[in-house]
Design a protein around this ligand. Structure first.
Ligand code: FES
Length: 120
C-alpha cells in the first residue's frame, strides 16, 4: 500500500481485483474496509456490520445491497445506510462508515478519511 497524489488517498487494489458484482477486503492504516463494485461503481465502507460486528466480507452483494451473513441485515453500499431491518433505518448509529473512492488508471484509491462515497 502506498500513497498517491496526496496523503489522503491510498492505493488499495487494482481494478481487476474487484470485478463487477464482487467485494474485496482492503486495509488502510489499521482500518479494515470492504470495497464493493456495483456495475463499475466502486464503494468503500467499514468491514464490520453495525449490528453486532460480524465481518461483512462474509456477506453477499446483490446489486447495491450487501447482506450480512450473521442476521441478514442489509446495507446500501452506495451510502452505507441500512435497508433492513426497518428499525435500523430510524434509529441512529447503524449507518456503515463510508470512504470516498477514486480510480487512477487501473488502481483503486480510497480515502483514509471517512466521507460520502464518490462514484467512480
Ligand atoms: S452482525 Fe450483521 S446482521 Fe447481525
Amino acid at each position: 500500500m502506498s500513497t498517491a497524489g496526496n496523503d489522503e488517498f491510498v492505493r488499495v487494489a487494482k481494478l481487476g481485483d474487484v470485478p463487477a458484482g464482487t467485494i474485496a477486503e482492503v486495509e488502510i492504516d489499521e482500518q479494515v474496509l470492504v470495497l464493493a463494485n456495483v456495475d463499475g461503481g466502486l464503494y468503500a465502507m467499514s468491514a464490520w456490520c453495525t449490528h453486532l460486528g460480524t465481518s461483512l466480507m462474509l456477506g453477499r452483494l446483490s446489486g447495491c445491497t450487501l447482506t450480512c451473513y450473521a442476521h441478514l441485515w442489509r446495507f446500501d453500499v452506495r451510502t452505507g445506510e441500512p435497508i433492513w431491518p426497518p428499525m435500523a433505518r430510524i434509529v441512529p448509529g447503524y449507518r456503515l462508515r463510508t470512504h470516498p473512492v477514486r480510480v487512477e488508471g487501473d488502481e483503486i484509491l480510497v480515502s483514509r478519511r471517512p466521507g460520502r462515497p464518490s462514484v467512480s
